[in-house]
Design a protein around this ligand. Structure first.
Ligand code: NAD
Length: 437
């Protein structure tokens, strides 16, 4: 089948590569000239484990190509996927649909055969109906159906998530579109990954409800963690005890510095906005958004406390700034709240991140980038473990404490323990929802 994907970001590029690996003939349309030039030169413009190899294999097999020309890209395509960004619109929290609608108009202008126009971007309920209207108004002769196919992949594990999804959600209005979508996903369906077919609106809502629920789960345990700190309970034991209940589950119950990333912050805001627009306030989600901001601020206070009340004049090493490990994505990362607060307070901040510098350099002005944790910690007054990259999970704590001026650690991912830190020579250790040193 010939498939076109509009947008070569984390979702568009991973989808393009994986669909071509299924055996489909995929053209990926990217409008950023820099990004397109890289792709056409065989370079992967984002960091996603395994993507470079899989992309090279499918380009080599001539199943995958990249273009900046949308009209050329959608020629003969049975399905055209819109996978462009839907960031938060300035003021009010709405999802910014301008990229989606611009893509819809471009598709409409160039479409000269029947195709299913599939929205893979995360969009508020009613957007697919709007896409249909925009295409019809732009080109009344266009022959098409719309479909909603929200994406659930996680950055850092995107290929595996795409190839082994818990479910595939497809919202359609008729059988013709459903058949095209089933044909596209047949390779997964044959391997027993379920395809759920719904109406357009339910498919759109599933994505927001799922993300808001996960953000709620994280925020719930973060709030419990704060109470653990006051009462002497250990949040790791609490998570384990809670998660053992099959109705709850262990995932997304790890206390930390607050959720961030390219999806949860913007999707919770968009859901809250949707609720307000329909006069059904999403009170839980609104509270989650507020509490998450407090969680991030609490982390700043934690570091100040560790430094004796203020970070002014202190040297602080920050380990990890991407919003999670195995990605270079910095969008809404907790580091963007915590690091500027330290710099603003007069700290000298040194940062180390295996993939974050390219994106992070402009976002974190006034910091010094280092190559490894020990170099960053040399002569420092505190080290903050902010993103749990594998290389920060197995640090030689004794070596780390030895090179520091004041061996103090804020372990905001609960990787180590007060006992281990003390044994390694740390004189102060703080984490989230557990005993301090
Ligand atoms: P992104 O910003 O990484 O990528 C979007 C790409 O689309 C950019 O390269 C941009 O240049 C390109 N683009 C925009 N308009 C275009 C046009 N008219 N023609 C061609 N290219 C165009 O975004 P992303 O992180 O991949 O997210 C895309 C959508 O998927 C969002 O709605 C997001 O909420 C959703 N989503 C993201 C993730 C994730 O983990 N990143 C997971 C699930 C769903």
């Amino acid at each position: 089948m010939k498939i076109t994907i509009i947008g070569a970001g984390y979702v568009g590029l991973v989808s393009s590569v994986c669909f071509s690996d299924f055996g489909h003939d995929v053209v990926c349309v990217e409008k950023s000239p820099e990004r397109l030039a890289k792709l056409q030169a065989g370079e992967v413009p984002i960091y996603e484990p395994g993507l470079d190899e899989l992309m090279a294999r499918n380009v080599e097999a001539e199943r995958l190509s990249f273009t900046g020309d949308l009209a050329e890209g959608i020629k003969d395509a049975a399905a055209i996927f819109i996978a462009v960004g839907t960031p938060t619109r300035r003021g009010g929290g709405h999802a910014d649909l301008s990229y989606v609608m611009a893509a819809a108009k471009e598709i409409a202008t160039a479409l000269d055969h029947y195709a299913v126009v599939v929205t893979k971007s995360t969009v508020p309920v009613g957007t697919n109906a709007q896409v249909k209207e925009v295409i019809t108004i732009t080109n009344p002769r266009a022959e098409f159906d719309v479909a909603s196919n929200p994406e659930f992949l996680r950055e850092g594990a995107a290929i595996d998530d795409f190839m082994r999804p818990d479910r595939i959600v497809v919202g359609v209005e008729n059988e013709r579109a459903a058949e095209v979508m089933q044909a596209i996903y047949r390779p997964l369906y044959l391997r027993d990954f379920p395809i759920m077919t719904t109406d357009l609106e339910s498919a759109e809502m599933i994505k927001y409800a799922a993300n808001a629920f996960l953000a709620t789960k994280i925020t719930f345990i973060n709030e419990i963690a704060a109470l653990c700190e006051r009462t002497g309970a250990d949040v790791k034991a609490v998570s384990k005890g809670m998660g053992a209940d099959g109705r709850i589950g262990t995932k997304f119950l790890h206390a930390g510095p607050g959720y961030g990333g390219s999806c949860f912050p913007k999707d919770t805001k968009a859901l809250a906005r949707m609720g307000q627009d329909h006069s059904i306030p999403m009170q839980l989600t609104e509270t989650v958004i507020k509490v998450n901001e407090e969680v991030k601020r609490r982390m700043v206070d934690k570091v100040f406390d560790l430094c004796g009340g203020s970070a002014n004049g202190k040297t602080i090493a920050v380990l990890g700034v991407t919003f999670k490990p195995n990605t270079d994505d910095m969008r809404d990362a907790p580091s963007l709240t915590i690091v500027p607060a330290l710099v603003g307070n007069g700290a000298e901040v040194r940062v180390v991140d295996p993939q974050g510098q390219h994106e992070g350099a402009a976002l974190l002005p006034g910091v010094t980038w280092c190559d490894d944790a020990y170099a960053a910690a040399e002569g420092a007054d505190a080290v903050i473990l902010l993103t749990e990259w594998n290389e920060f999970r197995a640090l030689d704590l004794a070596r780390l404490s030895y090179v520091m001026r004041t061996p103090a650690m804020a372990d905001l991912r609960n990787i180590y323990s007060a006992e281990a830190a003390e044994k390694a020579g740390f004189t102060a250790y703080t984490s989230v929802g557990r005993r301090n040193l």
